[in-house]
Design a protein around this ligand. Structure first.
Ligand SMILES: Nc1ncnc2c1ncn2[C@@H]1O[C@H](COP(=O)(O)OP(=O)(O)OP(=O)(O)O)[C@@H](O)[C@H]1O
Ligand SMILES: [Mg+2]
Length: 212
């Protein structure tokens, strides 16, 4: 049987990385084989591309290059990691996927979302998540959590995190619109509450998937 493909999306600091890990631990404790990956990344080449799109450089990619770099990374991880794992019957949890392209490069940077969908279809050969968990947080919460994380890890904001407030507002609205357009695939979770609460909601969303 084909495994399940679950993606986590949402604004920065929403808790994607936190909850991907927690869910993976829970599923593994129940005896399932879980593959955890992230985007951009998940293969050697895709991780190199991650560096290219995030690093602060004096010749940052123009928006069209940015789209193509993200999609190149996606094509790699889909064909080399995600599809083979699903074919083996594993659960694949991915920290960001196609909806981040639609939200960041579409709603955020103004590229036609329809065009992005076509390009994404090419990159993924049509692979769509069984479930997408949108961890939604207000801009202020996102900012606070990023600041705390940067302080804790002694890092600074990357190129995309540094984009202005209007960009981040469009991004959040974009994610919510994407979810509204595909209610059968998305579960929107308010991630501004306590971590355990959010974790329980994630678990409930996944349980509903198992029944399908
Ligand atoms: N419910 C929560 N309450 C308080 N803090 C939280 C909660 N969930 C996550 N955090 C903290 O917020 C920070 C950001 O969480 P995390 O890195 O999981 O977010 P993310 O969505 O992966 O962000 P990014 O898009 O930047 O990768 C972390 O320091 C994490 O410990
Ligand atoms: Mg993260």
């Amino acid at each position: 049987m084909r495994g399940k493909f679950i993606t986590f999306e949402g604004p920065e600091g929403g808790g994607k990385s936190t909850h991907v890990k927690e869910l993976a631990e829970q599923l593994r404790a129940e005896g399932r084989t879980v593959l955890m990956t992230r985007e951009p990344g998940g293969t050697r080449l895709a991780e190199l591309i991650r560096g290219l799109v995030r690093d602060e450089v004096d010749d940052p990619p123009v928006t069209r290059s940015e789209v193509l770099l993200f999609l190149a990374a996606r094509a790699q991880v889909v064909s080399q990691v995600i599809k083979p794992a699903l074919a083996r019957g594993e659960w694949v949890l991915c920290d960001r996927f196609a909806d981040s392209t639609f939200a960041y490069q579409g709603y955020g940077r103004g590229i036609d979302v329809k065009l992005l969908r076509q390009l994404n279809e090419f990159a993924t050969e049509g692979l769509t998540p069984d479930l997408t968990i949108l961890l939604d947080v207000p801009l202020e919460t996102s900012r606070e959590r990023l600041a705390e994380r940067q302080a804790a890890t002694a890092t600074s904001a990357d190129r995309i995190e540094q984009a202005g407030e209007m960009f981040h507002r469009r991004l959040r609205e974009g994610f919510l619109e994407l979810a509204k357009a595909e209610p059968e695939r998305f579960v929107v979770i308010d991630s501004s509450g306590a971590r355990e609460e959010v974790s329980k909601k994630v678990r409930d969303a996944v349980l509903s998937l198992e029944g399908r």
